[in-house]
Design a protein around this ligand. Structure first.
Ligand code: 5AD
Ligand code: SF4
Length: 441
């Protein structure tokens, strides 16, 4: 008998990769993915706890499935990801119709849990961190997706303990995957038709730092870039304090390393950076940006910024605005600080009112929107190499791909272009994507 599962994924790329793995593992035990929960035998939420009232939101989402469970008590409902890791068994107590809770280090146990639940053994929770050796054997492997671009996990966890951040508490200690395994995976992906790879980790720049005898990140980047047939390489996320000169040199030296970098700054004030435990000053950050622009003049930068960290003054915030204006980010993900229980920043007394924080947030957004618009509009009429990824949502006969700067471009073209690099002239610039015309090569 066919069995169906419905999966919702929240949060970062780590969760997206974990979800790909979940799809593959569930396929192996006879489950097919469906687009709505109504007809599913199994419903899963892969959750994120980085921001906002994440736990409450998950409980809210789960409520949507209660009527389905009431009508079909055999439905299995499970929660994974960072909220599951954080809340554990407590979730089973709070949600009487929840069957499975699986934490960030226990995704691999999902098939076994689902099979137990099928046999009536429900209300199961597996959380807690695994030892290093077990984790090394459990790195997400290549899935059977058929895509031109793919993420390859090279490290997991985080040891940085930025004072606002829950990640080190829910993803555990930093661990790097052996370089030989990473390279073998990239080779296998390329053999299977993948043309672009993004090396993925919470802080890829410190790859290899924690395991003796292994190569560092710049060397890994060079080795992966050398894999024959790999047209493009990206990596994320970079921590400014670990972005070395050797890595910056890669942007000037390697033809297939894309001219784009996500470099979260979080804030422009030294006082706040210190309280965030970021490990760099405003001056350090600006120097790194300068070096990147020298090595790769057309590099497009993006960032993450937190507004309203406890104790942030108008002057501190102004320094963030100044830094944003100076760097000229092509894109920025802006967040209002939200208190994460168990982190040091949650203990800092915060006298700034919510209205002031909201106003600062909007001022930053306004500046960023106009900067982004100016940067992307400068591409108008220019020609770019686009790696074609697939059919566009824009309609029949439309394809989409990305530029080296990671900008989505939609254009009229044939499906046999998928997986190839084509020249496209930009004819329209929108908020999040461009429209272009295919050029005859
Ligand atoms: N409040 C607001 N934003 C946060 N981030 C992480 N923790 C918090 C928090 N407590 C943001 C940071 C990080 C991004 C993934 O989420 O900017 O880079
Ligand atoms: Fe969180 Fe800081 Fe680690 Fe990023 S580097 S995951 S913000 S603790």
């Amino acid at each position: 008998m066919e069995k169906y599962f419905y999966l919702e994924t929240f949060g970062c790329q780590m969760n997206v990769v974990d979800s790909e793995r979940i799809v593959t593992m569930l396929g192996e035990i006879g489950y097919q993915q469906v687009a709505t929960a109504d007809s599913a035998d199994l419903v899963l939420l892969n959750t994120c706890s980085v921001r906002d009232k994440a736990e409450r939101k998950v409980y809210g989402h789960l409520g949507r499935f209660k009527p389905i469970k009431d009508a079909r008590p055999e439905l299995i409902i499970g929660v994974g990801g960072c909220v599951a890791e954080q809340e554990g068994e407590k979730m089973l107590k709070e949600v009487p119709y929840l069957d499975l809770v699986f934490g960030t280090h226990n995704v691999h146990r999902l098939p076994e849990l689902v099979q137990q639940a099928e046999q009536g053994n429900r209300r199961l929770s597996v959380t807690g961190f695994l030892d290093q050796e077990t984790r090394l054997n459990l790195f997400p492997q290549r899935s059977d997706l058929d895509t031109v671009t793919r993420f390859v996990t090279i490290m997991q966890g985080c040891d940085n303990f930025c004072t606002y951040c829950i990640v080190p508490h829910v993803r555990g200690r930093e661990i790097s995957r052996p370089s030989a395994e990473v390279i073998a995976e990239v080779e296998a992906l390329v053999a299977q038709g993948v043309r672009e790879v993004t090396l993925l980790g919470q802080n890829v720049n410190s790859y290899g730092d924690k395991s003796s005898g292994e190569i560092g990140f710049p060397e890994l980047v060079r080795k992966v870039a050398a894999v024959e047939g790999l047209l493009r390489l990206r990596f994320t996320t970079s921590h400014p304090k670990d972005l070395s000169d050797e890595l910056i040199a890669c942007f000037g030296d390697l033809d297939n390393l894309c001219h784009q970098l996500h470099l979260p700054v979080q804030c422009g004030s030294n006082e706040i950076l210190e309280q965030m435990n970021r490990g760099y000053s405003r001056e350090d950050y600006l120097l790194t940006v300068q070096k990147l622009k020298t090595a790769c003049p057309d590099i497009r930068l993006s960032t993450d910024i937190i507004v309203g960290f406890p104790g942030e003054t108008e002057e501190n915030f102004q320094q963030t605005l100044d830094l944003v204006a100076e760097v000229g980010y092509a894109d920025a993900f802006t967040f209002l600080y939200s208190k994460r229980t168990g982190t040091p920043a949650a203990e800092i007394v915060d006298k700034t009112g919510a209205r002031i924080k909201q106003q600062r947030f909007e001022r930053l957004l306004e500046l960023q929107h106009s900067t982004s618009r100016n940067i992307w509009e400068s591409d108008l009429g220019e020609c770019f190499q686009v790696l074609v990824e697939g059919a566009s949502k824009q309609g029949e006969g439309q394809m989409f791909g990305r530029t080296t700067a990671n900008r989505i471009v939609n254009f009229a073209g044939a499906a046999d272009l998928i997986g190839t690099m084509v020249d496209v002239k930009i004819t329209q610039v929108y908020r999040n994507s461009n429209l272009g015309e295919l050029q005859n090569s």
